[in-house]
Design a protein around this ligand. Sequence first.
Ligand code: GLU
Length: 476
Amino acid sequence: MTIRTEPSFRESVDLMYNRAVKLMDLPPGLEEKIRVCNATYTVRFGVRLRGSMHTFTGYRSVHSEHMEPVKGGIRYATGVNQDEVEALAALMTYKCALVEAPFGGSKGGLCIDPREYEEHELELITRRFAYELAKRDLINPSQNVPAPDMGTGEREMAWIADQYARMNTTDINAKACVTGKPLNAGGISGRVEATGRGVQYALREFFRYEEDKAAAGLAGKLDGKRIIVQGLGNVGYHAAKFLSEEDGARITGIIERDGGLFSVDGLDVEAVRNWIVKHGGVSGYPDAQFVEDGSQLLEEECEILIPAALEGVINLSNAERVKAPLIIEAANGPVTAGADEILRKKGCVIIPDMYANAGGVTVSYFEWVKNLSHIRFGRMQRRQEEARHQLVIDELQRLDDVMGDTWSMSPDFKDKYLKGAGELELVRSGLDDTMRAAYQSMREVWHSRDDVTDLRTAAYLVSIDKVAKSYHAKGL
Ligand code: GLU
């Protein structure tokens, strides 16, 4: 099959799904049942702003309810449309199944450019949108739990949570109606960094396997590898920051809306981020080469390419020229079905979106559990753990005293060992474990079957199989 014209985003996801499902032996009809979106709700509502009525269009699509609640972010962007939310909702189903977050897939969006509105206006709009969704149970702790996505963040999630609580004054689990909330509104430590952190953990896991690196023609450690990141939003920023600061990777390129930055020696991610916050773009940043047509950098030499912005950025028009041997899809759907085919033929390894960016929903799952259990992670164990560690330290201290100069504890061992895990450490540990386990389930399929030659197909096989099993368990 050769794709010559670019399909829509949803068609692209369907094509990839179909490619995988052909290799499975699903009961007749189930293949289609899993693929299609169950329902998409469109709402048009008016908000009085600046003296006149403004009409907004929003969507919430539910792809699969094989598990409830269904889960997925709400996006604020001008390009939001039904096709897009349906594609994204489908990806949520597969993503949740792959990382074993016990949710079905959903996604929402509002056609709006948030930069055109004042904060209090955005609050009015968000509350009204939340009201429209909540009254149809499209926001509900046990049925549909939104989260941040492009153009939304903690602030919007706090408004949504509050709106839901106002409408459901006796619901003791009201906070669990949305995730990605700020800490003081029922959020969890580590949710903001979660998707970027997940990308880091995914790459670390990939780099643990010689065979997998060899498939991309790579070897060695992450240390010193050249990385180009497209989009320095929440996901791209955290991924680039952690990979450069903690793993020694070199961020040689950053692509933003107004152009790209390039530096062979590596960019200072924090400094670039601060520049963007202050100046609204990367143009004028002093310590790098500015490339006016940022998308050129997608075709630049590097070891790892991280598209972390919009869907469809690597497509039929540029895939042939992309040189990176390894692409990790931090965004949803950054590589179209046609581009995927071209890149595969070239031997490029793609770590697929449904796995690569699953860190966000994984930590959302932890937040939802925290809200339902009404207790912060680690609150019961932390001091007890520290007290037990103190016992060991006391014993070692005794040894230290008797041994004189021949033996002593390493300088920072005591402090490190004594510190019991708080919520952030537990969240990171749970996320790391999730990312590792999900990667292993994909690579096992990738390497054990002759008919599976890429990680995306492997990811689909693992997740479709899980969804199919839960349908089966329901007697369908
Ligand atoms: N919007 C994010 C995603 O695409 C997070 C979804 C969630 O946390 O529910 O995965």
